[in-house]
Design a binder for this molecule. Sequence first.
Ligand SMILES: N[C@@H](CCC(=O)N[C@@H](CS)C(=O)NCC(=O)O)C(=O)O
Length: 260
Amino acid sequence: MSTAKITPSATLLSTTIRHLTFCPPPARIHYATRITRPGTVTMSSKLSDPIEVCAKQSLTTPNKLGDCPFTQRVLLTLEEKHLPYELKLVDLKNKPEWLLQISPEGKVPIVKLDEKWIPDSDVITQKLEEKFPEPSLVTPPEKASVGSKIFSTFIGFLKSKDPSDGTEQALLDELTAFNKYLEENGPFINGKEVSAADLSLGPKLYHLEIALGHYKKWSVPDSLPYLKSYMKAIFSLDSFIKTQAKIEDVIEGWRSKVEG
Ligand SMILES: N[C@@H](CCC(=O)N[C@@H](CS)C(=O)NCC(=O)O)C(=O)O
């Protein structure tokens, strides 16, 4: 396990650093910066116990959040709901025994809710919505899968070694369909307000932009202006800036997929 350092956004007033073990959560957070032993980072905008979140540790920088888009989705949900949380950074290259005990698949994110460790960002965000319904981030079911094939087609293109295998076109088709959707329904998936589907897709588009730019010298074409504006808007959210992975981490995170 390791430590983390995250710059709080202007709206978040408390940062607490604690030891990275499954010790009981700290006493109530009181809008103050408190450093005890090296360890987790707690960010809080409310006077309540922080929610424990196991997250991927940076591959490039000690004590920093790593490059997991599923974890960022969960953190964005917590941020947008103004819920305090505490990160427990996990070295996924050297998984600790306790991780496998609480999540047999050994994957992050994992979040502790009602004294139970919950894996999988789909399940976690659903439970957060049920337990903390305000402010609502619900995406209407008919819109919830908009853009959902972008991530898999991005990975197909990223891994491809054959420029004529159709993977670039498959990605372009998905991005073009999404651009059209945004033109007609945007600026966000559910219209004017950011909702859960954006918080899932945003981190994936961030990875797409960085990884394809680095490994393929590829960028989203100018012929998709609604998509470009969407990415700009999501990447500019305070919550996004606060929870995003470092560019070097995203590049390192995809290296084995590209070179492997
Ligand atoms: N379906 C899961 C996917 C989580 C996932 O794949 N996490 C990656 C990091 S981004 C992981 O923990 N990988 C470790 C491994 O596969 O051993 C979710 O939505 O939370």
